[in-house]
Every structure is written in C-alpha cells, then in structure tokens.
Write a protein of this length. Structure first.
Length: 173
C-alpha cells in the first residue's frame, strides 16, 4: 500500500472564492482537493508542481464557481475504506443544486442505520466539491458539519441553488 507521500505526484494551488485550495494528484487522477489550512505546517507553496490534470481541474473549478459547470470530468482516486468509498460514490450521485440527508445516504448505500458512520465518511472526504459532501445536510434541513466550516458549506449550496434557479430549463440538469 502506498503512503500518502507516494500518492502525491503533483500539487497545485487554486485561489477560489472560498479561499486557497490545494489540489493533489497521483499521476492518474485527483487524490485531494481541500483548503490550504489543512496542509501540514512545513508545507508551503514552494512544493507546487503543476500538471495537465491539475490545470484542467482548476479550469473546471473556475467554471463551477462562475456557475457554468454542474458536473466535473476529472478522474478521481479517493483514498479510504470500502465503506467510505461507497458513501463518496453516493455523494457523487446527488444532483447539482440538491441536497440529501445523512439518513438518505445511509439508505442509498443499503445501511439505513449507519447515519453516524455516513457522517464520519463524509467528514473524511478529501476531494471537496468534486465529491460533493457539502450537499449532505441534517434530516431537519440544518447545515450540519463541514470540514471547511458551515459558512463555506452555505456558500457552495447557495452558489448551486442560485445557478439552478437561473437555469431556463431544469431538464438540462
């Protein structure tokens, strides 16, 4: 099994509307997209090594934040347990501009009693936005837990809701 250091072949930074994001890839697919606040203290911008995949990811993020992109075409290699990967796959099925509860996701993966475990897997997601953990909310509609903070979750949900509301034909989603 590869260590996290071996999995990071290239790293690039993207200055997004929600702050600086770090993107990492392993030579084949994106392995991480997270706020730079989560970087180890000894990691700085000097470690930046771009790639075609990372640049394409930045371009798609630019379109996403501009309200022009609702689905990403970037290959992903999320690192986690089989349970976490099942949760993350279910998250990727949540349509742009919509939300689901932790209970909905637990039911979707065939483990309706696993709401807390789904929350834990959601929290461990290291590929934010492309694996849309921000689209998971509390059963009562509350904006519960998000690794980047509730303000960032609120921002992403409003961004998507505003774009969906501005779409002329919802059937294109």
């Amino acid at each position: 099994m590869k260590t996290e250091e071996q999995m990071v072949r290239n790293r690039m930074y993207y200055d997004s509307p929600m702050g600086m994001l770090c993107l990492e890839e392993d030579g084949e697919a994106l392995t991480a997209l997270y706020p730079t606040a989560y970087l180890p203290p000894d990691t700085g911008r000097s470690d930046e090594r771009s790639s075609e995949l990372l640049q394409r990811t930045c371009d798609e993020l630019q379109e996403y934040f501009a309200g022009k992109k609702m689905a990403f075409d970037i290959p992903l290699h999320p690192q986690g347990t089989e349970f976490q990967k099942r949760v993350w796959n279910a998250l990727r099925e949540i349509p742009y501009g919509e939300t689901r509860s932790y209970a909905d996701i637990a039911g979707r993966i065939g483990q309706p009693q696993a709401c807390r475990a789904v929350g834990g897997a959601n929290h461990k997601n290291r590929i934010l936005i492309l694996i849309p953990c921000h689209r998971v909310i509390g059963k009562n509609g509350s904006l519960t837990g998000f690794g980047c903070g509730i303000e960032a979750k609120d921002y992403l949900l409003k961004l998507e809701a505003d774009h969906v509301a501005g779409c002329r034909y919802r059937s294109h989603l």
